[in-house]
Design a protein around this ligand. Structure first.
Ligand SMILES: *Cc1c(COP(=O)(O)O)cnc(C)c1O
Length: 413
């Protein structure tokens, strides 16, 4: 017998799906047999339906037939072309300021070093959030030691996330660089990018944003908001596939001033000069190091087209609709079982995922995965419901939340 509450939530979800202007795109993604709710598109986006054919065509034609001629014909320019496209579609960045390369971790390293290498000697502090994603924190520790600067940790409220006041309390004329995540990987808290960037500039420091959990789902204006540096993943909301390379944004007037440390031949002024010594490229290409991973740059292209066609503003509107429904359903069906909401309630203050907490969630997640309901578990007791707007429906969201309830009380129903 179906619970009347379940029926009401599912009916509501069906009505929202029927009115969803982006609903037609749900069909653009490959089916995953046995999966009834994929709630991890914020960690690994789904492939588009035409990917198998596109990959095969790439191997047959671009690689198999054009062979090395493809470097001249299209691949050499790809890191910059794709960067421009990400900038235009997702970042509010004019051309010539974004490249695709490396992994997020490697790009964070390069840009932290570049930023610290370019600031005045009296500026001896790097500010980083204590709850930031591990790779960001670990890299900051290493770079601070290498560059001989002091690492200052921000410790904001873990659910509300970093506020302007938190930042203002630690920055000063000693600050060289502040590095923060736009959307917190655990709580989903959305930081005030224009406000915090302005507060950091007020003391004359540089600002670097990690956009891993916001690129492709949160509209932003890096140029208009004066952001100096940004880095992000392409395998989350940009669906680039496992290990697809990251992107970096460097404001135009900092190019030629900041120098990244892994100065391989692809970052040289003339790649094929093969000269006796290194001359850095004066443009955004200076952020590259070696031969780009062309095959890994294929999948994100279709998703960028889809986001551009939809507009990131419409993607954000659907994201808000999904997270609002998720928060409401959690209040109604999970809160009575002792589940806590670990994400801001105000939709303006959160990104594309909702995190909930319960002491049994480690085991619950295992049960859910076995049943084809796939969120992810985040230490110590959080389940993250990642709702990638173009590939996730409202019904899928409710199906997942009802499955969490059933897995929490396996003998109750
Ligand atoms: C996912 C994520 C990363 C991942 O970095 P990789 O080098 O791709 O492993 C880094 N930072 C944040 C905030 C993330 O969410």
């Amino acid at each position: 017998m179906t619970d009347p509450l379940d029926t009401r939530l599912l009916d509501e979800a069906r009505a929202l799906d029927a009115a969803d202007p982006l609903g037609a795109h749900l069909d653009a993604f490959l089916d995953a047999p046995g999966v009834t709710a994929y709630l991890d598109g914020n960690s690994l986006g789904r492939p588009l339906r035409d990917m198998p054919e596109k990959l095969a065509a790439f191997v047959r034609e671009d690689w198999g037939t054009r062979l090395i001629r493809s470097w001249d014909e299209q691949w050499m320019a790809l890191p910059m072309e794709l960067g421009d496209r990400i900038g235009r579609v997702a970042l509010g960045a004019a051309a010539g300021q974004t490249v695709v390369a490396d992994s997020t971790s490697v790009l964070i390293y390069k840009l932290l070093r570049a930023a610290l290498g370019a600031t005045d000697e009296e500026r001896t502090e790097l500010v980083m959030e204590a709850g930031n994603f591990p790779t960001d924190r670990f890299l900051a520790e290493g770079v601070a030691a290498e560059a001989g600067v002091t690492l200052r940790w921000l410790e904001p409220d873990p659910v509300r996330g970093v506020t302007i006041a938190d930042v203002e309390a630690v920055v000063s004329e000693r600050t060289a660089l502040v590095s923060l995540s736009h959307v917190d990987y655990r709580s989903g808290a959305l930081a005030d990018m224009p406000g915090i960037t302005a507060a950091v500039h007020e003391v004359g420091a540089l600002m670097m944003w990690d956009l891993c959990h916001s690129a492709g789902v949160i509209p932003m204006q890096l140029d208009a908001w004066g952001v100096d540096i940004a880095v992000g993943c392409t395998y989350k909301y940009l669906n680039g596939g496992p290990g697809s390379p990251a992107f970096a944004y460097l404001r135009r007037d900092l190019q030629g001033v900041l120098r990244q440390p892994i100065q391989g031949w692809w970052s040289a002024a003339d790649i094929f000069a093969m000269g006796p010594e290194y001359q850095p490229a004066g443009d955004i290409r200076q952020l590259l190091s070696g031969t780009p991973p062309v095959t890994s740059m294929l999948a994100m292209q279709g998703m960028l087209d889809l986001i551009e066609e939809s507009t990131v503003e419409a993607v954000r509107a659907k994201s808000t609709s999904l997270t609002e429904l998720a928060v409401r359903a959690c209040d109604e069906v999970l809160a009575p079982l002792g589940v806590r909401l670990l994400t801001p309630r105000d939709p303006e203050l959160r990104g594309g995922h909702v995190t909930i907490g319960h002491p049994d969630f480690r085991e619950v997640t295992q049960r859910l995965w076995a049943d084809g309901v796939i969120p992810d578990f985040r230490f110590p007791d959080g389940i993250r419901l990642g709702l990638s707007p173009l590939s996730t429906s409202h019904v899928e969201t409710i199906t997942g939340i009802l499955a969490v309830r059933d897995a929490l009380e396996p003998h109750g129903r």
